[in-house]
Design a protein around this ligand. Structure first.
Ligand code: NAD
Length: 554
């Protein structure tokens, strides 16, 4: 009998007995074999029957399903992850369509709102304003040295829920779980980080269970210096890392991306990942509407990170298709909280300026739809029920197949529901949403709303970057990801109105995206790594499968 020590040692120390049962990375619970129980001093510490991983997964899933309450399901899944990481990912990967709304939007939003009340065990790394001057030291408290993907938030704009301060940690944790579940990025190289720069949310500051710093947000130079120290120390501690900025307020998000995109390997999912998923939806929609992207006039409700990111990527796509950049920009129009974004306005943030066209000012969406006669509406405002019945009806009167994307998250913030979009357009709307909606029965047809979930994009992009050792993340990577994803939407998917492949296929989608990204990285010389002969196999070799290791061999 041989103990595979390399799998059980941590910093020279061999884990045995209860220590193993309390180490979620190595724990197999009742699946430890008889030989393992003997060799690893586990005999007697577990009930005698040995279960297979499949049996354990079925039991864990049944336990999760016992509760109808999504929050209870979230808690149940989190505690499984705390106990047995491999089993957690087995259950998640095999039941992604069912569990995605639990581990991510919409339930993760609620989990962040209730973070202080449901808190059991910490996960991820908290870097607070009080750590200024020693961020490097705190980063090195993380037990793993080889970190390849960090998702970091400052908690200022969590989904569409606003400032949740340190309680935003649910988001980086959830996103990194999706990197693993959707693409197979190894969980041991993932690090969720919350930058606790304070919160301006008075409800949280008054909450006795608020777990973050009880102070207002850092601002101005202090904020910038904190972020500068963070980014510098991350690059020093983890030189091959991909840093994903997540759920920053838009006053910081654009600035940070501009400042760091040419210095380190980083991207912002709210801007660039969202752009790719929306572009993929629009590209797929062309196969239903039988038009070209250049034929469209796209009106955005919301001109923030998502709106500007999507519009910029649409422009790149149109330019790549041969359109002049100025012409391409005129295909995209925006309404923000003050009305139509036009050149005569003097209150526009820099990211809106490229889409501020010469046009008379129009005060709201309904009037903008009347005047501009858009072919597509993209909702990224965080304002629920703003695609009203009259607005959708005008879209349907003006277009044979109106495109209506209600992307605001969580579900409660969607600009309209799938049912509303279909019913108000006699089933003609080409619809996608940010949060999941059930299929809709209408006039004897079943319409399947596609979920424009960023998880079709960022995990595959991340896997491609990790596998190729990319040093930067140019925008082109997101255009490639969008095109690859759209190419995987089948005619059957489109026949039901669904613009994306089924979530159940996501690992295949991510592998394809990762390989396309790696190809681009090598062809553009964005890495020092040599190009492997078989890129697909190389990328595949990075894919983590949630199968138990055998610790003791006969
Ligand atoms: P943001 O704060 O950067 O931007 C919000 C924008 O909405 C701002 O331009 C604001 O002026 C505008 N706005 C606010 N109230 C408005 C109103 N009443 N009428 C018109 N415009 C209004 O936020 P963001 O990162 O751009 O995200 C916006 C929404 O998009 C969120 O709900 C988010 O969950 C969602 N989102 C969805 C996806 C996805 O589905 N894949 C991805 C990213 C973001």
């Amino acid at each position: 009998m041989t103990i595979r020590r390399e799998l059980l040692e941590h910093e020279g120390h061999l884990r045995l007995g209860t220590e193993l049962l309390h180490d979620p990375r190595r724990n197999k619970g009742t699946a430890f074999t008889a030989a393992e129980r003997d060799a690893l001093r586990l005999r007697g510490l577990l009930p005698p029957h040995v279960f297979s991983e499949a049996e354990q997964a079925a039991r864990a899933l049944a336990l999760i399903r016992r509760s109808q309450d999504p929050m209870q399901r979230y808690i149940s899944l989190s505690s499984l992850q705390d106990r047995n990481e491999s089993l957690y990912f087995r259950v998640l990967v095999d039941n992604l369509t069912e569990l995605m709304p639990i581990v991510y939007t919409p339930t993760v939003g609620k989990a962040c709102q209730e973070f202080g009340h449901i808190f059991r065990r910490p996960r991820g790394l908290f870097l607070s304003a009080e750590d200024r001057g020693r961020i490097g030291e705190v980063l090195r408290n993380w037990p793993m040295r080889d970190v390849r993907v960090i998702v970091a938030t400052d908690g200022e704009r969590i989904l569409g829920l606003g400032d949740l301060g340190a309680h935003g940690m649910g988001i980086p944790v959830g996103k990194l779980n999706l990197y693993t579940a959707c693409a197979g990025v190894n969980p041991h190289v993932c690090l969720p980080i919350t930058l606790d720069v304070g919160t301006n949310n008075s409800e949280l500051l008054d909450d006795p269970y608020y777990a973050g710093l009880r102070r207002g947000r850092l601002d101005g130079d202090e904020y910038d210096e904190f972020l500068e120290e963070f980014v510098t120390e991350v690059a020093r501690a983890f030189p091959r890392v991909l840093l994903q900025f997540e759920d920053f307020g838009n006053r910081h998000a654009f600035k940070l991306l501009e400042r760091y995109r040419d210095r380190i390997c980083c991207f912002n999912d709210d801007i660039q990942g969202t752009a790719a998923i929306a572009l993929a939806g629009l590209v797929s929609a062309q196969r239903i509407t039988d038009t070209r992207l250049a034929d469209h006039r796209i009106l955005f409700l919301g001109a923030g990170e998502a709106g500007a990111g999507i519009a910029e990527l649409i422009v790149s796509e149109l330019v790549a298709d041969g359109l002049d950049a100025a012409e391409a920009r005129r295909r995209c129009w925006m309404v923000d909280s003050k009305g139509l974004v036009v050149a005569s306005r003097t209150d526009l943030a820099p990211h809106k300026l490229p889409f501020a066209h010469d046009h008379e000012f129009v005060p709201d969406l309904a009037n903008a739809v009347d005047v501009l006669r858009p072919t597509a509406l993209v909702g990224v405002s965080g304002q629920p029920q703003t695609f009203t019945r009259p607005i959708v009806e005008v879209m349907a009167a003006n277009n044979e197949r109106p495109i209506v994307f209600a992307l605001s998250n969580p579900t409660s913030k969607a600009e309209c529901t799938a049912r509303q979009a279909y019913e108000w357009s006699d089933g003609r709307a080409v619809f996608a949403s940010g949060s999941p909606f059930d299929p809709v029965e209408l006039a004897g047809r079943t319409l399947v709303p596609g979920q424009g979930n960023n998880c079709y994009i960022f995990p595959g992009v991340g896997l491609g970057i990790v596998a190729s050792g990319a040093k930067r993340v140019p925008d082109e990577i997101f255009r490639i990801a969008a095109g690859t994803l759209a190419g995987m939407t089948s005619a059957e998917d489109l026949a039901t109105g669904c613009l994306y492949p089924p979530l159940a296929n996501i690992r295949a989608v991510s592998l394809r995206i990762a390989t396309a990204v790696a190809e681009f990285v090598h062809s553009e010389g964005l890495t020092d790594d040599p190009r492997p002969d078989d890129l697909l196999e190389h990328v595949r070799s990075f894919v983590y499968e949630p199968d138990y290791q055998t610790y003791v061999e006969d």
